[in-house]
Write a protein that binds this ligand. Sequence first.
Ligand code: ZN
Length: 424
Amino acid sequence: MVKCSDMKYSKMFVKTLKTPPAAADTANHRLLVQAGFVRQVMAGVYTYLPLGLKVLQKISNIVREEMDSIGGQEVLMPILHPSSIWKQTGGWDKIDVLFKVKSRTDRDYALAQSNEETVTPLAKEWIHSAKDMPLAIYHINSKFRDELRSKSGIMRGREFLMKDMYSFHANQDDFDTFYTAAKAAYLRVFKRLGLVAKATEASGGAFTEKVSYEFEVLTDAGEAPVLYCDSCDYCVNVDDIKTYKLGDECPICKKDKLKSAMASEVGNVFDLGQKYSKAFDLTFIDTDGTKKYPIMGCYGIGISRTMGVIVEKFNDGRGIMWPASIAPFTVHLASINTNDESVIKRADEVYELLTKVGIEVLYDERTEVGAGQKLGEADMIGCPVRAVISTKTGQQIEVKMRNEKEAKLVSTEELIEIASKILR
Ligand SMILES: [Zn+2]
């Protein structure tokens, strides 16, 4: 976790930009660059600046807590892989987006596109009998895709941060139980991130022939058309299931008509069957004494991608509007009329108090910057609570929520209460 739970604006090496970047084709790219969260290194590859890294780490921690809650154990697997493990599963020739690297000694390597190829040989060391399962191993690390074109800001990267978990099971029942728990954990993750995600049935793509689930967030910036129902959880990817069309009655609840929208995939869960355990000859001795291959599952969440989707969902003409659970800071404190000594004294005092009770606060204490610019930058960065201290506010504080229009005057105690409440 980043240590800087409090920060003075003048000390941040990154400042917001007056104008958005010229080549930005999506809201998340434009807003994240302009507000100082990321910088593009090349198409699909980004540097996360202090504010952006804080958001990424908060999303990661929510995902981590929910994976731990269903028994997932965290490791850190490499992103540089020998080509041999990818040749063993056939991925080397089959997966067109696999990044391939040649060393100076002419050896072939792959950059992680997924980690079945490293986790299955790893699990082989500990799985010998049915008692050794279920086992769920996950990590949060970079992934690579050799995309021909990469746009949509951080939503579609050539390099991106992902949580991927792999589970191992002695039989189908055990797999089904864990698969159901993982789906529920995913819905909890997205809820905590302020998103409404729908689980759609989809084909497994390159991984498996079996049914899988994609977790979709409805957003205009999405890349896949879906049909969904407002009255229940029904949602399908139009490209996968062509049985229904817009305006048809929902086949599940029959209460509503299907609507169409664009959606972004933020996660997926796959039933891998025995494909990888067979490829790496991972076997166990079952209770009946026979040798069997474990059933595996794979569970991904695009951490950086989800951050992009959140920006697409929560912004207005002035900037980002972060959900409190992942905002870089809870309170954006700004001093105005800084030629007034009492304003500086009072703002410093409020900053100290908020910091002392553990509220994350970004304090714009600059004396050379006017009110209009300070408030504009606060809107752009998008922390959920804006607190202003000026000559006019006296011993009180003017508080405005980022997603509301009206400001109100409150005491320091009330500000602490407001900031604490939105985090619950
Ligand atoms: Zn329905």
